[in-house]
Ligand binder design. Structure first.
Ligand code: GLN
Length: 304
């Protein structure tokens, strides 16, 4: 397969489509990002990396980073993590309050906001220095000691994150959050503000294509079974109320974020990351979804 040629073709084809979308503006700092940015990177399990477009520019991972917090919590707690968060698709927007109230503050899955907040609460329960240890973990799986969060994006969401405050207070009222709500939110906002390039993100996601092992060092982060289950959660929950659409059109486990990034994996083959800040109404990158649809179509491979 000539991955480079395929990525270049996708880049040109998607740009020609004149797809419409809008940057996330409920986090003011994200509304400032140039809407024309578009990059794709793919890493295969033979350690080859392919890039096209704006693949060297850092962007805000937002909800893509929820996968890393969940991975660490799963590594620490094993299956007991599922006492704190479920594995069912929500079929609702990522920041919806309605279902959470109906289900007594127990979040459906770790990839919606409520679930990621519960995961951050677990990390605060379990770790001596939660922020340091979470970021060391992300740097380790990324194989990059320079990975950090963007302080402006973090502050911007901290100042404007009333919906997340509502979610966590609702959970706290049901007793499903143990720690101080502002402390949990703080860790969550830092997590969401992590920045990577598409190249760095694809490399980090190789873990999920490689049975839970860091490709470069061989270190096992999750067991084979835990990796399969993490991928299953991404497949069914990674795109909220558009998870069906992504599965239908792309056919890979993946995770989106309102920074416009999407990371996806084909287990045993490759990891891919796309970034374009223009979002559809469900908060998923319009060009990113199209690019990945074209990728699995051109390759003729999907997990189904
Ligand atoms: N930080 C964002 C929020 O909590 C993440 C949402 C997303 O990327 N879907 O709203």
């Amino acid at each position: 397969m000539d991955f480079q040629q395929i990525l270049d073709e996708i880049f040109a084809e998607v740009n020609q489509l004149n797809l419409q979308g809008k940057q996330a503006d409920y986090i003011p700092e994200l509304a400032k990002i140039n809407p024309d940015k578009f990059g794709i990177s793919l890493c295969d399990l033979d350690k080859n990396t392919y890039h096209t477009g704006d693949s060297c520019e850092k962007f805000s991972l937002q909800s893509v980073a929820k996968v890393f917090a969940f991975t660490l919590a799963y590594q620490i707690k094993g299956k007991d993590i599922f006492r704190r968060v479920g594995v069912e698709p929500s079929g609702n927007p990522f920041n919806s309050l309605v279902q959470l109230e109906q289900e007594n503050g127990f979040p459906r899955n770790p990839l919606i906001n409520a679930g990621a907040l519960a995961v951050c609460d677990v990390l605060i329960d379990e770790l001596k220095s939660p922020e340091l240890e979470l970021f060391d973990f992300i740097r380790k799986i990324a194989g990059n000691p320079a990975i950090k969060y963007n302080t402006k994006v973090y502050q911007s969401e901290k100042n404007s994150g009333n919906r997340n405050r509502a979610l966590i207070h609702l959970m706290k009222s049901f007793g499903t959050i143990h720690n101080d709500t502002e402390q949990v939110l703080d860790l969550y906002f830092k997590l969401c503000s992590v920045e990577m390039t598409t190249g760095e993100l694809a490399k980090t996601f190789l873990l999920y294509a490689n049975e839970g092992k860091i490709k470069k060092t061989g270190e096992k982060i999750l067991t084979k079974s835990q990796t399969k289950r993490t991928n299953a959660i991404m497949q069914t929950c990674g795109f909220y109320d558009e998870a069906g659409e992504f599965t239908f059109k792309v056919g890979l486990p993946g995770k989106s974020g309102v920074g416009g990034g999407i990371a996806a994996v084909h287990p045993g083959k490759y990891a891919v990351a796309v970034w374009s800040p223009l979002l559809n109404q469900k908060g998923n990158s319009v060009k990113g979804m199209k690019a990945l649809e074209l990728l699995t179509t051109k390759l003729g491979w999907s997990i189904f």
